[in-house]
Ligand binder design. Structure first.
Ligand code: ADP
Length: 735
């Protein structure tokens, strides 16, 4: 019900009707009222049973039209929800042309009838359209459609107008109070129907929105692979959805909290305990956002990310935690990827550090190399040059950096002709990706001078692609100078040796000639002395005989000396012949023993010749072997004082036979052990009576031994004795 109010001043004939005034009387209009009620009820029933809105409203419009009678026509407009205009919704008896015109009519104080009603929210009765100011601009339309009077009623909901119900009459006319009340009732019924419809619409939209948002949430949870958990704090139970169950490898949908806690990795348990306590503490009410590991019964460790919140019994600090809810996500793959990424970053960092170190070492090495080292890029531009290369070429690295090396140091041949890069070996190394070793090339120094360099050039390759080249070089001049110097020295040495050899030969020849020249008169001295001694030139007195004996002794000594000198000279000139044969050692030793025994006896020495196995033999010239042994035994006897001992032993050692002459004599100082084998060397000439030695015996003996593919060596301890060992090739003879 709304208050009857006068219509706003529109200077029209329209009047606002006091709708609550009339009550249907018992006259003929009672039937109209009954059928109006029936139509109204039918519309409501239709609405309740879910008939389409259009049909329900049509029913109401038809009821209104019938009620108005008198050929009246009715129309229902709804307020456009998006613009201040009316929309034709249902009509009975109005032409389509009219409908088209009025659809979209503005809701405005100057609009005729319905537009005005929708604006003011109250019924407007226009008894005669021609007398209504708002209808004035639309009289053609009214005429065209036979509209003389128009009664408009608002269809109102709480606080707003949903639409209008209009009745058009062909003759000017106003409703009485009962008519106005009935039509107002129909308009209110229409409001009910529209409200109900709108409610249903809104409910449907809300439900749809809810369904859509639930679907979105489900998809989000699904996409994020989130599991949902719910913690009944007082009951100590945990409710898990399927995915959450997978995360924890839980045995059921509903599990005890202890089952889940037992799965948590021991290293994460204490931290998680602290975080849960903070979330359960009503004073802190921390939200849960954590990551931890759980151990599945199959032995696999999973990383979980858990988020959630705990609800409390009330707002205060003494509230009890009731329920925790949240999401859990398996982030194992993510964690592994992260670990892998960290590992890769670490590996890369390590590789860089190593590369930096390698570069440092390379630079350190090349910096201190005497060899020049240059590097170029793939186009042959200099990228590096070590100090040695700077020294050799006279350029600094800064000066050549980025320049084509060939153009800077290689542009011309030694004869002045230009030298193109494609003919240069560096160019070939870069284009063919093959190394070139040790070629000698002339390089042009900064001052224009040429320097011959021995160069090796190798490509720097990465996956088969040439990145550049590395060149090592050294100055060939030095090598050439060195070679020349070596040759000069070699020549000088040859010359010196030839000279020495010539001098030696001359000396030997001189000795040979001299010895020979001396021997003849000495032999004559010997011969004539013998003749005198034999008394051929008269009787010889005792004194003369003694003198003659002395002359003979001296003559023999001198002759022996000269013979040895002659022998040595012969050895030196290489004119000695060796008649090598198998010589049985035992036979040789026996014959030599016979020669030296008188001498040993005279000096009261024990001479021991150890018997050799009968089959033991050597390859030697018998005469020369005897000469060596006599010399060694003679020396042993000579340099051993009376009461001493001289011993000869022999032994086979592989394909060699060793004959050792050992004495207990004065011995030889260590520093003389080698020199005694040189000619004319005597350890102490004062000890060696000149009549008994020349200093040539050992020199001759060693030369003879070596001439027979043997050797002679000595070991001695001064004051204790010496051992001379003669080694000769063994001979295989039958026993
Ligand atoms: P020499 O005619 O003087 O014996 P050798 O060449 O035979 O000439 O010996 C050279 C020197 O070697 C001897 O003068 C002596 O000093 C030393 N010598 C040789 N044999 C012995 C030995 N058995 N004991 C000590 N000294 C020896």
């Amino acid at each position: 019900m709304f208050d009857p109010r006068p219509a706003p001043d529109t200077s029209s004939s329209a009047v606002a009707v006091p709708l609550g005034a009339g009550i249907p009387g018992l006259d003929g209009r009672a039937d109209r009222g009954t059928s109006r009620m029936a139509g109204q009820m039918a519309a409501l029933e239709m609405a309740v049973s879910g008939a389409p809105l259009g049909e329900v409203l049509d029913q109401l419009v038809r009821t209104a039209q019938q009620f108005a009678g008198d050929g009246a026509r009715a129309t229902l407009f709804r307020v456009d929800p998006h613009a201040p205009v009316l929309r034709f919704t249902a009509g009975a008896g109005m032409s389509e042309a009219y409908t088209r015109v009025v659809d979209g009519f503005p809701i405005h104080p100057s609009s005729p009838s319905c537009g005005l009603v929708a604006f003011i929210g109250e019924a407007v009765i226009v008894r005669d359209v021609t007398a209504d100011a708002n209808w004035a601009p639309h009289l053609d339309l009214a005429r065209e459609h036979g509209i003389a009077a128009c009664w408009s009623f608002p269809i109102r909901s709480v606080g707003r107008v949903l639409g209008t119900l209009a009745l058009y009459h062909r003759a000017p006319r106003a409703p009485d109070a009962a008519e106005a009340e009935s039509l107002g009732m129909l308009a209110r019924t229409a409001a009910l129907v529209l409200e109900r419809h709108q409610d249903a619409e809104e409910r449907r939209r809300a439900q749809e929105a809810l369904r859509a948002s639930e679907e979105r949430l489900r998809l989000t949870i699904e996409a994020a692979e989130l599991g949902i958990w719910e913690h009944d704090v007082p009951g100590g139970r945990l409710h898990l959805d399927a995915r959450a169950r997978d995360c924890y490898a839980a045995s059921a949908e509903d599990v005890g909290m202890d089952e889940v806690v037992a799965r948590v990795h021991p290293d994460d348990r204490a931290r998680l305990g602290g975080e849960m306590a903070a979330a359960m503490d009503p004073a802190r009410r921390a939200s849960v956002a954590t990551e931890y590991r759980v151990e599945h019964p199959d032995g696999e460790t999973r990383w979980l990310r858990v988020q959630g919140r705990v609800e409390f019994s009330g707002p205060g600090a003494d509230a009890r935690p009731l329920r925790g809810v949240g999401a859990v996500q398996d982030i194992t793959a993510h964690k592994r990827a992260q670990e892998e990424r960290e590992r890769l970053i670490e590996a890369e960092r390590h590789a860089w550090a190593q590369a930096a170190r390698a570069a440092e070492v390379t630079s350190l090495v090349t910096t201190h190399l005497a060899e020049g080292v240059c590097m170029t890029d793939a186009e042959g531009r200099l990228t590096y040059m070590n100090p040695a290369a700077e020294r050799i070429l006279g350029w600094t690295q800064e000066e050549l950096h980025g320049r084509i090396l060939h153009d800077a140091v290689h542009y011309q041949r030694p004869d002045g002709r230009p030298f193109p890069m494609h003919e240069c070996r560096l160019g070939q190394v870069l284009s063919e990706a093959r190394p070139v070793m040790d070629f000698v090339d002339h390089w042009i120094r900064k001052d224009g001078s040429l320097v011959p360099l021995v160069t090796t050039c190798a490509p720097l390759l990465a996956e088969g692609r040439v990145l550049g080249a590395v060149l090592s070089m050294h100055d060939d001049t030095a090598r050439r100078t060195g070679e020349a110097e070596r040759e000069r020295l070699l020549e000088a040495e040859h010359a010196a040796r030839a000279e020495a050899e010539a001098a030696n030969r001359a000396k030997t020849e001189f000795l040979a000639v001299m010895s020979h020249e001396l021997r003849t008169p000495l032999n004559a001295i010997g011969g004539y002395t013998e003749l005198l001694e034999m008394g051929i030139h008269g009787v010889v007195t005792d004194a003369q005989r003694t003198a003659l004996e002395r002359i003979q002794l001296s003559q023999r000594h001198l002759l022996g000396l000269i013979n040895e000198v002659l022998n040595y000279a012969k050895l030196e000139t290489g004119t000695v012949r060796y008649d090598v044969d198998n010589v049985r050692v035992q036979e040789m030793l026996s014959s030599v023993a016979g020669l030296v025994e008188p001498q040993a006896r005279a000096r009261r020495l024990a001479l021991v010749i150890r018997p050799a196995p009968p089959e033991l033999a050597v390859r030697a010239d018998g005469e020369k072997l005897r000469q060596i042994l006599v010399n060694l035994l003679g020396n042993a006897i000579k340099f051993t004082d009376g009461g001493g001992r001289v011993e000869v032993t022999c032994a086979r050692n592989g394909d060699r036979v060793q004959l050792a002459v050992r004495d207990t004599g004065i011995g030889i100082p260590a520093d003389k052990l080698e020199t005694i084998f040189e000619p004319f060397v005597q350890v102490r000439s004062d000890l060696t009576r000149t009549a008994e030695g020349t200093g040539l015996g050992l020199a001759i003996s060693r030369d003879l031994a070596r001439g027979m593919d043997g050797d002679l060596s000595v070991e001695s301890t001064p004051g204790q004795g010496s051992t001379f060992t003669l080694t000769l090739p063994a001979a295989d003879v039958a026993g």
